[in-house]
Design a binder for this molecule. Structure first.
Ligand SMILES: [Zn+2]
Length: 238
């Protein structure tokens, strides 16, 4: 039934369309991914101003007709994230975070936890743009996997349940594996293992850091998990 939809949303992408319009790719708490057209958004006196840009958090009223594309009726700024938008590192990290959300969640697959995680990530990058980079991005992705129900098994061997000698990671097994099951995975050094455990346990604001080698292994573990269980590839983390 056609009608109005009032929702908060984060702008994932904003694409020029036609003479003066924009098409927005949005992430919303209760509807997940949506696409909406903002008519006249690129005209000089548009009532939308400059707020239909990536990484804005908006309060929207959308008109939902019979098609897949909604129409933006009104847009108010909930958070503009001006410091994030002025910093190259923070912008790059925010873009990768939005891209990971868009790849991991199909349209029609809402996840309120993912919405709040992404809103939190953007707020943290705005409060402290220097926080951007690979360690932050990998911690974000681990929490994204948790929200998607794909969190890797880290407490014991994902193949046999052994709790000691966890020396490798296997995307196929779904987490860390012990020395006896190591054939199924790739070697995971202690520092990379500690990073995965701490990044999963701590709030995003207190995400750990690690050496470049450990971060590369952590990224490999996350990438394998996503490829085996969601059949998608993420962009590199940094
Ligand atoms: Zn095992």
């Amino acid at each position: 039934m056609p009608g109005s939809l009032k929702t908060e949303a984060i702008v994932l992408r904003s694409i020029r369309y036609g003479e003066g319009d924009r098409v927005l790719h949005l992430y919303t708490p209760h509807r997940g991914r949506l696409s909406a057209i903002a008519k006249g958004a690129r005209k000089a006196r548009s009532r939308f101003g400059g707020r239909l840009e990536p990484f804005f958090r908006l309060d929207l009223v959308l008109y939902e007709g019979r098609g897949e594309m909604l129409t933006v009726t009104s847009a108010q700024t909930a958070a503009a994230h001006p410091r994030l938008r002025a910093d190259g590192l923070a912008l790059d990290t925010a873009a990768r975070a939005c891209d990971a959300v868009a790849r991991l969640f199909e349209q029609g697959d809402p996840s309120p936890a993912t919405y709040h995680l992404l809103a939190n990530e953007l707020a943290l990058l705005d409060a402290d743009p220097a926080r951007g980079g690979a360690a932050n991005q990998l911690a974000f992705r681990l929490k994204l996997l948790l929200a998607a129900g794909l969190a890797p098994h880290l407490g014991a061997c994902a193949s046999c349940g052994e709790s000691d000698h966890l020396t490798a990671f296997s995307g196929a097994a779904g987490g860390v594996v012990c020395a006896a099951c190591e054939g199924a995975g790739f070697a995971l050094h202690e520092e990379a293992y500690a990073f995965l455990v701490e990044a999963m346990a701590r709030p995003l604001a207190e995400a750990p850091t690690a050496s470049e080698r450990a971060l590369r292994q952590a990224e490999h573990a996350i990438a394998e998990t996503v490829e085996y269980h969601a059949h998608i590839r993420l962009r590199s983390a940094a």
